[in-house]
Design a protein around this ligand. Sequence first.
Ligand code: B12
Ligand code: SF4
Length: 551
Amino acid sequence: MTTQQTHPKGIRARILLSSVFGPYAQDDEFGSRTINPMELYHNQVTRAQGAFSLRMFHRSWGIMMIQENISAPCTVLDFPTREAFARELCAEDYDIVGISSIIPNVGKVREMCRIVRELSPRSVIVVGGHVAAIPDAEATIDADHIVRGEGISWMRRYLGEDEQAPIRHPAIVSGFETRVMGVRLPERRGATAATIIPSVGCPMGCNFCTTSAFFGGKGKFFNFYETGDELFEVMCRVESELGVESFFVMDENFLLHRARAMRLLQLMKEKGKSWELSVFASANAIRKYTMAELVELGVSWVWMGLESPRSRYGKLQGQDSRSLVRELRQHGIRVQGSTIVGLEHHTPDNIVEEIEAAVDCETDFHQFMLYTPVPGTPLYREMAEQNRMLDVDFADIHGQYKFNFRHGAISREDSKRFLDWAFWRDFENNGPSLYRICQTMLQGWQRYKNYPDPRVRQRFEREMKKLSSAYNAALWAMEREFRKVNRRVSERIGRLRREIEDEFPVIARLSAASLGPILWWTTRREERRLASGRTYEPPTFLERRNWSAAS
Ligand code: B12
Ligand code: SF4
């Protein structure tokens, strides 16, 4: 980290915090790549699912968190174009320009620094986020400060503020401009989950993991909210500000902190909160809870690693991932599996079998990522020492293209083939994720509709409102559209639809008959648009805080 002094203006300094500029889903000289869009699911989870791919954007939460926790006048500019960034620099007289980026976008950071030096030469440039993990960042990025690790405390120190002050959580709508089957979903207040960020980093310290390494590595992480009480209070405030009952908990291993989670559950019960939680958790952490505890805690979606049992990563050791996935789904918990393609022990002979085993887990969603030594991680150091790193543009090191290192048994070209095949195989074999979540929701409802705790019943009732109407219509359309991909899966979709119609005879049938054909038409229209190269970009956001104090 650069030695830190305090900015002479302290909290009177005017600050611009910006994410890197778009457009993103195109190939350009600054490092945008068509295969690396600014969309979580379409980038790395449902990208092979055509018009059924779930498409949505997420804001840049790191800079939103920093803005909320400083007293200086501060603008957040999210997803600007290059022109919008330049315009904002000229429109206001900024003392500090902070740029947030991940490693693949370093080319954009360099360009933004160049623009700042040209248009606002007086501004101090601060670069933060994962891009700071590039080993020679100071030499290759023209910034005044390159900040590694947690940024709220750094910025508070830089402005002469109390870095130990409690963290104020902004009210964040987790995703926006959601599209599926060619339809953009309406954005009703409270309809989309709120993002809650209880911590950054992960103490597990897997050697390839950038988030763990960036915030201190094994045994280290930053807790913004230590206790269940603190977390509960934040969630209550966000609940009333956004009108939400569901939360996307952005914590690398939320369930690992059992005492905090159990206290949260106790408070939820006391106050009758029928909340829904989407969490990241390792299999070992999940196994610390009974299914009843998870369900009562509102866990309705879990993102978990399904690394090969033969690998050296111990998260699933002693666990049968397939049976764990099945059990979670039987309790109405959607599972997003994450599988790494190209682990050290993979060979052209065993990789197909391992991908098949992952697909066979039948998760609701499945992320596949290439094994990737990323700067800053122990794995990167190991590979560099062994002279196995390849000279690959940072813009192509995002886990969805080709190896950036010499693998013992698999070639660079084949890495991409196996990765693409994994996505295709999961889709072809298990069908659209949208169908799979319907399956999980129905199982949850059938198991919990008479559960003694009313909070749990209410949660499943809310889900059933969607399942019996719009989702059932989507199933009707999927059943028809999937006939050309895999007839067997199409028949499975049909069986599920009929089961839902048995459960909710009037509304489900009516929805399928009225909305189903429309969704089938929008799906086919979307397939045509995608075939002709259609991509999606997030809009630009400009938000000012403490601004009246600035003028
Ligand atoms: C949400 C998210 C996204 C969103 C985009 C959000 C956005 N608007 O950019 C989506 C889903 C679109 C996305 C896409 C991608 N992502 Co992403 N994403 C995340 C995720 C899950 C959460 C980020 C977050 O908000 N964390 C919480 C905040 C509070 O932490 P933070 O952002 O790190 O910010 C803190 C510090 O870094 C620092 N800081 C951040 N910015 C700044 C700026 C300044 C000035 C200062 C001083 C400090 C500072 O202070 C903050 C508070 O402590 C992280 C994983 C994770 N758990 O962090 C991955 C992660 C950031 N993504 C990653 C990657 C690789 C990608 C993709 C390439 C996808 C892919 N193929 O894997 C694409 C790139 C898309 C593109 N074209 O740019 C990697 C980055 C790896 C690296 N070393 O660079 C991560 C770490 C996941 C991982 N472990 O591999 N991503
Ligand atoms: S458990 Fe997940 S988040 Fe934690 S270090 Fe390992 S890969 Fe990273």
